[in-house]
Design a binder for this molecule. Structure first.
Ligand code: SR1
Ligand code: MG
Length: 416
């Protein structure tokens, strides 16, 4: 039966697993077990023995951030395991290795990522990550392309959608917390200073914004384009200078690709706007902010290049049948269509990035990029700049034709 495993019970459980016991080494009584989860939903333990360490994640039957009053299905651990397994096939080396999964306990043991840290923490400390662009764009291009109709035949794709369809409780969290609550009075909304009261009120009155966020919500709910990570913010990425690992895909489902790409871009842009509020030497600030905006540019450009390369070389899906694009004329027309497809995906990405920004400032779940800014005025200033850009990105998404249009606007707002 399911039970929440605290330290002693977890020790006994792990000691009963031969491979895990061998990996940790030594006597189970000597293992150190520390609960380190700082996310919103689950327990996460680091377990270390004489010869190695592992990470263990167990889903709680409720939302950790809020408590037992908000129940949440344990089945999310199943979908996370399924998604990690698929991502490991499609993007080898970019997710943690899976060591053990217990469906009943909603528990998964994984490779311990050490000395990796949560990327968001590194960004708050103004650290730059030289591997990040190449790794995250490989992860997104491969996981999104190979689970789409460009790569899969229709039956396989529909089976894959069905395999994740049960993860609807996690989708509902996104539908409410990202696409609805920040735009209305909702009990769980919060913002961290009264300086933002006026801006919060203006979002609730902004009918053009309500139309734009509702279109994005519909797209999120009704566009099963590819297997999404579903929560691809910088708190779901662990990094060192030379490695990147994507963790925590418990929100995985088949949805619109721009939701994942937008999540990455939004969280980099928030790190950029937050930088002005953190205590930093001027040179360090300049170098970090320059790097973040270059990274935003490169994430889109490299993702787009890799996705298009896969489409040109690996297309085996039922969309865009080869027989309809025969000869030189067909090849040219198909290439033009690929470019048009990427432009549509870019517009989706811009809108979703905006939605992911606004939810972190006015919704339930915030991020430390802004929250660790001590001075409330500076915090409000950084957040207001991010919201100003996000409002434009959401309402006028198609007016941003290139990623340089976004980073150019971000730069102007930073100087404002
Ligand atoms: C109640 S869960 C709040 C948020 O935590 C997760 O990381 C997701 O972003 C979710 O929206
Ligand atoms: Mg998470």
């Amino acid at each position: 039966d399911y039970r929440i495993l605290q330290e002693a019970a977890l020790r006994d459980y792990l000691a009963s697993l031969r491979d895990i016991k061998a990996r940790l080494g030594g006597e189970p009584a000597s293992w150190s077990i520390t609960e380190v989860g700082d996310g919103n939903l689950n327990l996460v333990f680091i377990v270390k023995g004489a010869s190695g360490g592992i990470a263990v994640k167990q889903a709680l039957p409720y939302v950790r951030l809020v408590g037992e009053s908000w129940p949440l299905p344990l089945s999310r651990a199943h979908y996370e395991y399924l998604a990690l397994s698929r991502q490991a096939q499609l993007a080898p080396g970019l997710v943690p290795a899976l060591l053990h999964h217990n469906e009943t306990l909603a528990l998964t043991a994984m490779e311990l990522l050490e000395p990796h840290i949560i990327m968001r923490k590194g960004l708050v400390a103004a650290t730059r990550y030289p591997r990040f662009v190449d790794d995250i764009t490989t992860f997104m291009a491969r996981t999104l392309f190979f689970t789409s109709d460009l790569a899969l035949v229709a039956a396989e794709k529909k089976e894959a959608i069905a395999a994740f369809a049960g993860n609807h409780a996690l989708c509902k969290i996104t539908e409410d917390l990202i696409f609805t609550d920040p735009y209305r009075i909702a009990e769980q909304n919060r913002w961290t200073t009264p300086h933002l009261d006026g801006l919060a009120a203006s979002l609730r009155e902004d009918m053009e914004l309500h139309v734009a966020i509702s279109r994005l919500k519909l797209k999120f709910m009704a566009s099963p384009e590819a297997l999404l990570h579903g929560d691809l913010h910088t708190g779901s990425i662990m990094v060192t200078a030379s490695e990147t690992r994507v963790i925590d895909p418990e929100f995985a489902f088949y949805g619109p690709m721009g939701f994942d790409v937008g999540a990455v871009l939004a969280n980099l842009l928030m790190a950029y706007f937050a930088s002005a509020g953190h205590e930093r030497a001027p040179g360090e600030r300049r170098e970090f902010e320059t790097w973040v905006l270059e990274t935003v540019d490169q994430v889109w450009n490299e993702f787009s290049r890799k996705f298009l390369d896969l489409w040109r070389s690996e297309a085996g899906g039922d969309a865009y049948p080869v027989s309809l694009f025969a000869g030189e004329k067909g090849a040219m027309r198909l290439e033009a269509e690929r470019q048009a497809y990427m432009q549509r995906l870019f517009t989706d990405t811009v809108g979703f990035a905006a939605a992911k920004t606004i939810r972190r400032i006015f919704g339930l779940a915030h991020n430390i990029d802004f929250e660790l800014i001590e001075d409330p005025r500076k915090r409000a200033m950084s957040e207001a700049r991010a919201v100003r850009l996000a409002r434009g990105m959401m309402v006028e998404a198609a007016a941003f034709r290139t990623i340089a249009d976004i980073t150019g606007s971000a730069r102007k707002l930073r100087d404002w």
